[in-house]
Write a protein that binds this ligand. Structure first.
Ligand code: NAD
Length: 482
């Protein structure tokens, strides 16, 4: 744990961190107990006033320094991310590049919005809006993009002058530990950044702590709901970035090779363990047979393997428990009558037998009432539904409790715009899938979450707006005459 500027042992016991490729123990980490969490929050609270008073340019310079250090250590950090999550080294490297750009972006906009003057219509009054940090922020992250998700939180939180207590997923804590080391090396003052490790119990203690002012959480919907309930007791500010069940809509006028290619990357990158994965492929009727045949054939050819092996196109699932969950969904799909056209099994290769591997899986003939269509499987599982009109495509796409992301493929730009505007989701790609930039907001409609990360809104989440009214010519009001 990192507490008030020092690395110390946690009191919650030592826990193995496993490599999902072969179940080997990468290392052990210390988990925190309630007392550790309390100490971390106390350190963050104690450091708050001084850090909030640091000039914004100095805070921005610190973020820029962190970006430089991440660039310096990119290769070792990417390797650690691959060992911990199983994702390919190529993907881990891209994650580190993205994280660097997030730190640089928030360094660049930290001082861009100093507030504003308000015209009250009264010449003897100066009325201003100033922005102040919210306070102590608890930053809680999931296992699929550990470094990326914490960067989206910690960079704007520090830019805005908050102090933080970070709690990464117990499944993949390693690159978050590394990032905290780099924050310390960059010169973050003691107590401004604190790190506690542990399971959801540690997270829950953090969420309930009365000295925490803001929670920024990324993870599953069920956990998000628990956090929203728990945070209500102390009226904390809460941002939740939750799951998705994202539609990828393909009209028949699209370029065939391109949509096949993107249908696969939309869902099978990182073995489907992506909140914005295009897990529901909606295909126009006339294209259906050809598209399904080609997507299924190519899914069968995807090379799964060790993320450190450059030949691997995707890695294992993150844990045994997660693979169990995905296998249960495949069984549910079969029993509900979906037609399995690819995958549906673990790989045969004996070299992968110790890892948590599962083959890319495609179900055709899916209906909106099936569990594999409604629920986030978070695995390499693509469902295919068919539509015959634009309105049917939109209705199917929006028939979900989620609203994180989605895509539409068509050469008809007017239709693309109509569908993009009609989708109830926080991110819509037209003729593309997956790209994001730190300058553009990210977040969910409906049960995919509240609030936004990235972009200027991602900074605003960590600020309070304060109105300061100054009467420059005070004189008795004489409201009460006596
Ligand atoms: P999870 O909800 O199980 O856990 C997320 C984090 O919350 C972990 O650090 C966990 O220890 C902690 N936690 C668990 N119970 C808690 C509690 N009661 N109080 C406080 N903290 C608690 O999610 P996961 O399985 O780690 O991640 C997968 C989920 O994350 C998927 O649903 C995915 O869609 C979502 N996700 C969303 C986004 C997004 O941007 N919207 C990005 C990545 C992942």
């Amino acid at each position: 744990m990192f507490l008030d500027g020092s690395w110390i042992s946690g009191s919650g016991g030592k826990v193995d961190v496993l490599n999902p490729f072969d179940q080997s123990v990468i290392t052990q980490v210390d988990h925190a107990d309630d007392g550790d969490v309390h100490a971390a929050v106390t350190a963050a609270r104690k450091a708050f006033d001084a850090w909030a008073a640091v000039g914004v340019r100095d805070r921005a310079a610190l973020l820029a320094k962190v970006a430089d250090l991440l660039a310096r250590d990119k290769d070792t950090i990417a390797r650690t991310e691959t060992l911990d999550t199983g994702k390919t080294l190529l993907e881990s490297g891209l994650d580190v590049d993205d994280v660097i750009s997030v730190f640089r972006y928030y360094a660049s906009i930290a001082d861009s919005d100093p507030g504003r003057l308000v015209d009250t219509g009264n010449p003897t009054v100066v009325s201003r809006i100033v922005y102040e940090p919210v306070g102590v922020c608890a930053l809680i992250t999931p296992w699929n993009y550990p470094l990326l998700q914490i960067a989206w939180k910690v960079a704007p939180a520090l830019a805005a002058g908050n102090t933080v207590v970070i709690k990464p997923s117990e499944v993949t804590p390693l690159t978050t530990i590394r990032l905290v080391e780099l924050l310390a090396e960059a010169g973050v003052p003691d107590g401004v950044v604190n790190l506690v490790l542990g399971t959801g119990t540690v997270g829950a203690t953090l969420v309930a702590h009365p000295d925490v002012d803001l929670i920024s959480f990324t993870g599953g919907v069920a956990t998000g709901k628990r956090i929203l309930h728990a945070a209500a007791d102390t009226v904390k500010r809460v941002t939740v970035e939750l799951g998705g069940k994202n539609p990828n809509i393909v009209f028949a006028d699209s370029d065939f090779e391109t949509v096949v290619d993107y249908a696969l990357t939309a869902v099978f990158l990182h073995s489907g363990q992506v909140c914005s994965a295009g897990a529901r492929l909606l295909v126009e009727e006339s294209l259906h047979d050809a598209l399904v045949a080609e997507v299924a054939a190519r899914a069968e050819r995807i090379v799964v393997g060790n993320g450190l092996d450059p030949a691997s196109e995707t890695g294992p699932l993150v844990s045994a428990a997660h693979r169990d969950k995905v296998e249960a969904y495949v069984a549910a799909g079969l029993s509900e009558g979906a037609r399995l056209v690819a995958g549906g099994r673990r790989p045969d290769d004996p070299a992968l037998a110790n890892g948590f591997f599962y083959r890319p899986t495609v179900f055709d003939g899916c209906r909106a009432d099936m569990r594999i269509v409604r629920e986030e499987t978070f695995g390499p599982l693509l469902t295919i539904e068919t539509f015959s009109s634009e309105s049917e495509a939109l209705a199917l796409a929006n028939d979900t409790e989620y609203g994180l992301a989605g895509a539409v493929w068509t050469l008809d730009s007017a239709r693309a715009e109509r569908v993009a505007r009609g989708l109830r989701a926080g991110t819509v790609w037209i003729n593309d899938y997956h790209p994001y930039v730190p300058q553009a907001e990210w977040g969910g409609f409906k049960q995919s979450g509240n609030g936004r990360e990235l972009g200027p809104t991602g900074l605003a989440e960590y600020r309070e707006a304060k109105h300061i009214w100054q009467n420059t010519a005070p004189a008795p009001l004489k409201w009460f005459k006596g």
